[in-house]
Design a protein. Structure first.
Length: 326
């Protein structure tokens, strides 16, 4: 299959369930019959209620959420602290259920979690023709949580799907990784090693990992990447654009075969704001001059909405350059 085309990346378990954090469980796997949540699970959901839970939250509702995530396959310490571990468990759950990946638990994520613990796979999935981000309310709809993004995993996009909005699926996945950083000393961050698994058998977070990060993100979004740890390998991937677009992959060339790759999230004048890995040794948003850009690319089957070219500054971005990517 050509690079940049969408692929199915869900591993099927015997009986049809999907592997992963929230793989659908058979009756008895978590002590309940399919379609019938246990009394304990019902009580935990009652503790959460209709609260929007997100990073930084603390208390009984977070403890209940952590217990529910553990029943769905996570391995969290139940401490009532919505820290990075809980955030990542939620993001992984959302990613596997084709939900908007924001690491927050609102109505749609609660519904999907309840479905997973009832032995189902549903969870308020979008109907063909249903609106995506184009129906988002001013202010980001933070209180209600965005609806799931259906259709992209199978390679058959649903009418009215993600391409009509401004935020491509892969960008939500990339955003959920912000804050991942190298560990100083002899230890290595296992998350970075996981990124490297898409490009080779690198067991060190000291090996440049910008391309590994982009490969990992695109694979999670259902696309086949370049499979290379070389940033410049993205120059000929997918479909080239003549100018930067929100969510597009940008490739920089520093000369001598060296380069950098990340995702466009904003622009101010000739300065690009790029969300990427190995930027000052972490996943973050950094500003780069556009003079070293050698390509802007998107998946071959992705139709860039006109609004994606209307780039503005996207919050705070530390200045970067070749030295911040080495």
């Amino acid at each position: 299959m050509p690079q940049g085309q969408q692929v199915r990346n869900r591993t099927q378990q015997p009986g049809g369930g999907a592997a992963g954090l929230n793989g659908a469980r058979s009756a008895g796997a978590n002590g309940m019959a399919a379609g019938s949540p246990s009394t304990k699970v019902t009580e935990l959901f009652a503790t959460i209620g209709n609260k929007l839970l997100k990073k930084g939250a603390k208390g009984e509702a977070v403890e209940a959420l952590q217990q529910l995530l553990n029943q769905a396959g996570a391995r969290l310490e139940v401490d009532g602290d919505y820290g990075m571990a809980t955030y990542r468990a939620v993001a992984d759950f959302q990613r596997d259920r084709d939900l908007q990946v924001d690491g927050e638990v609102g109505r749609h994520t609660r519904t999907a979690l309840k479905s997973a613990l009832s032995g189902g796979r549903g969870g308020d999935r979008r109907r063909p023709g249903g609106g995506g981000r184009q129906s988002q309310q001013p202010g980001g709809e933070r209180g209600g949580e965005r609806p799931p993004q259906g259709g992209e995993r199978s390679g058959q996009r649903q009418p009215g799907g993600a391409n009509q909005g401004k935020d491509p699926r892969w960008l939500g996945i990339a955003r959920s990784e912000v804050g991942v950083k190298e560990i100083p000393g002899r230890r290595h961050n296992p998350r970075v090693i996981e990124y490297h698994a898409t490009t080779g058998k690198f067991n060190s977070d000291e090996v440049a990992w910008c391309s590994s990060f982009v490969n990992w993100v695109m694979e999670k979004a259902g696309y086949r990447g370049t499979g290379s740890a070389l940033a410049l390998s993205w120059k000929k991937w997918g479909k080239k654009l003549s100018k930067p677009a929100y969510g597009s992959i940008v490739v920089f060339s520093w000369g001598g075969g060296k380069g950098h790759v990340g995702f466009i999230v904003g622009k101010s004048g000739s300065t690009l704001q790029v969300l990427g890995g190995n930027q000052s040794n972490q996943v973050k948003v950094t500003s780069f001059g556009s003079g070293s850009v050698t390509a802007y690319v998107v998946p071959a089957d992705y139709q860039v909405p006109d609004s994606a070219y209307d780039l503005t500054a996207s919050g705070r971005a530390d200045p970067g350059g070749v030295n911040s990517t080495r």
